[in-house]
Design a protein around this ligand. Structure first.
Ligand SMILES: NC(=O)c1ccc[n+]([C@@H]2O[C@H](COP(=O)([O-])OP(=O)(O)OC[C@H]3O[C@@H](n4cnc5c(N)ncnc54)[C@H](O)[C@@H]3O)[C@@H](O)[C@H]2O)c1
Length: 334
């Protein structure tokens, strides 16, 4: 049984608390959040204790692992604290918005053995990972194109936009990582990005985008198309298409059930798709935790590493550069 400390008890922290307690091999012991009310609420739902300082939880002998789900600018501080205390870390994406801080953290922790896993949960989605396997097992022959559609159901608040750090580094970073996951050893070497303001006033006020499109190119010449929107009236639109010389696989949208309706006005209409990430990726979040626990118990390496988090941020930065300079950007991971 692994005892967890949870840092950050907001939207995703609350979900992680539930998942930790649902897993028969883990238990939530301590919760820390600068907002004591949030911490108390999550702790009471999970039979855990609230601590007044992150150090109290992270350094406690009763803790085997740390899950960081606090606001993005706080991740590095807690990653360092946990790694230096010898505690395995599962940290939400992105590691940080500033690549210099990420590089500095990498350098500072280079001799520390404690594993750090980054929360790119989509890699653990059963359908997306089947699509990745179709590529790695050559079921679709030679990979030629990847098409990722990722659209949120509704635009977020202005407060969220002001705090999140921008569409590419906060949201598309999942798709940059998913591209890397499917490409495997073949690195992304170029990016071309467009961002637009088509409908959301808040995005414009926050100097952010509501609509974006990207083309990435891998070293072997595989082309990756990513399209993002902050609003899809029909729900959380998550599709991945992997195309090669011997065919194609599609990881399609999922509905909460598979009922199809036949009435006097329509035939075979399905239920609406899942509302948002917590519903759509519930299985992936659970399997992500399961994989983290297995990694600790078997003393192996995380399936999604700090370096994966760093590389996805480098692609996001290159995408911003492409947008600003209106040109294709070559990517270097140094
Ligand atoms: N993997 C995913 O699908 C996914 C989905 C949503 C959010 N996230 C990531 O999870 C993180 C949290 O996002 P959220 O949507 O839950 O945000 P949120 O605003 O709901 O929660 C963030 C929490 O962090 C707390 N916090 C802020 N500063 C803190 C500090 N110094 N110490 C401790 N707690 C602090 C806040 O009080 C808040 O409760 C972000 O990094 C976000 O990018 C990942």
């Amino acid at each position: 049984m692994l005892n967890f400390a949870l840092i950050g008890a907001g939207r995703i922290g609350k979900m992680h608390a539930e998942i930790i307690n649902l897993n028969p091999n883990s238990k939530l012991k301590f919760v820390y959040d600068v907002n004591q009310e949030f911490a108390k609420n999550v702790a009471s739902l999970s039979n855990a204790s609230v601590v007044n300082k992150a150090e109290e939880a992270i350094n406690s002998n009763e803790i085997d692992a740390v899950l960081i789900a606090s606001a993005t600018p706080t991740h590095i501080e807690f990653i360092k604290m946990a790694a230096k205390a010898g505690k395995p870390v599962l940290c939400e994406k992105p590691i940080d918005l500033d690549i210099n801080k990420v590089n500095k953290c990498k350098e500072e922790l280079k001799n520390i053995k404690s594993p750090i896993q980054i929360g790119f949960n989509r890699r653990f989605d059963l359908s997306h990972s089947k699509a990745q396997q179709a590529r790695s097992k050559k079921e679709i022959g030679n990979l030629e194109m990847i098409i990722i559609t990722s659209r949120d159901p509704a635009a977020p608040s202005l407060d969220y936009l002001n705090a999140a750090g921008g569409f590419f580094r906060d949201t598309t970073i999942h798709d940059f990582d998913l591209s890397r996951f499917i490409l495997g050893e073949d690195p992304v070497v170029q990016v071309s990005a467009f961002g637009e303001n088509l409908f959301d006033k808040n995005a414009k006020t926050a100097k952010d985008f509501d609509t974006a499109m990207f083309i990435l190119k891998s070293k072997l010449g595989v082309l990756v198309h990513i399209n993002n929107s902050r609003r899809a009236v029909y729900g959380y639109d998550q599709r991945v298409e992997v195309f090669g010389s011997k065919g194609m696989v599609i990881s399609n949208n999922q509905t909460p059930n598979s009922i199809e309706r036949f009435t006097s006005s329509s035939t075979s209409s399905k239920e609406t798709i899942h509302f948002f990430f917590i519903e759509r990726y519930q299985q992936a979040y659970r399997d992500q935790l399961e994989s983290f626990i297995e990694m600790i118990n078997s003393n192996s390496k995380p399936k999604v590493t700090f370096e994966d988090g760093r590389k996805a941020l480098i692609i996001a930065n290159a995408a911003y550069e492409s947008f600003e300079k209106k040109k294709i950007i070559d990517i270097s991971y140094d």
